[in-house]
Design a protein around this ligand. Structure first.
Ligand SMILES: C[S@@+](CC[C@H](N)C(=O)[O-])C[C@H]1O[C@@H](n2cnc3c(N)ncnc32)[C@H](O)[C@@H]1O
Length: 201
């Protein structure tokens, strides 16, 4: 059985007991170096998850019959590897264990109501900045190409000055930092982050 386990944002206290139990029973663990490092005592086979997803899928095909657990950051189906695995294998062949997404975690830390939030990502896609500037509340998982500075610049270019950017860096880790800034004040480089945009209307 192929299991996809949500890691939560960054430390084991935020990973569900069910996901931790799946790892304890795994023969093979697949994950980023950061995620694999959370399990230094894992005695089975470990495979580093990199950008070669086609290679991973072909390799997973050959592991049928083994207890394989793929570690996904946050929640597997929120802009995560889970979506690709469901598309390839079908949900009948998978067990997906949900996790706390980085966005959920940031909202919880800041008391941000999630009911009316527009969720998006810059990973591997062109960001729709016009929609982003129009929506009252947005949460975005970012990447190296489009982070807080690019978002702030795009908002300012559309005349949006009176909003807040809540930037959550390295959430759930010792190095966690949360900033609440106006677009004009976003100038630094940030470590791994998610951004919530709160428009004032
Ligand atoms: C491929 S997306 C995966 C999102 C993940 N599935 C989730 O539910 O949070 C990776 C992005 O999630 C965000 N992310 C994941 N973990 C994070 C953390 N601990 N702190 C801040 N951002 C995080 C970053 O924007 C990162 O570039």
């Amino acid at each position: 059985m192929l299991t996809v386990a949500g890691m939560g944002p960054g430390n084991l206290a935020l990973m569900t007991p069910q996901a931790q139990a799946a790892v304890a029973q795994a023969e093979v663990l697949v994950g980023s170096k950061r995620h694999l490092a959370q399990f230094p005592d894992f005695a089975g086979e470990a495979r580093v998850l990199d950008a070669d997803i086609a290679g991973l899928l072909a390799w997973l095909e050959r592991q049928r019959g083994r207890q394989v657990v793929v570690l996904a950051s946050g929640d597997p189906l929120f802009y995560g590897i889970g979506t690709r695995l469901v598309a390839h294998f079908g949900i009948e062949q998978l067990h997906i264990i949900p996790g706390i997404s980085a966005v959920q975690y940031l909202c919880a830390r800041c008391g941000i109501d999630m009911n009316d939030i527009w969720l998006t990502s810059s990973h591997g896609r062109a960001v729709d900045f016009d929609t982003l500037a129009r929506m009252p509340k947005v949460a975005m998982v970012t990447d190296a190409h489009c982070g807080p500075k690019a978002i702030a610049k795009a908002l300012l270019a559309r005349g949006v000055h009176a909003c807040w950017l809540v930037i959550g860096e390295n959430l759930g880790m010792d190095s966690e930092r949360i900033h609440r800034l106006r677009p004009a004040d976003v100038s630094a480089q940030y470590a791994m982050n998610v951004v919530v945009i709160l428009h004032e209307r």
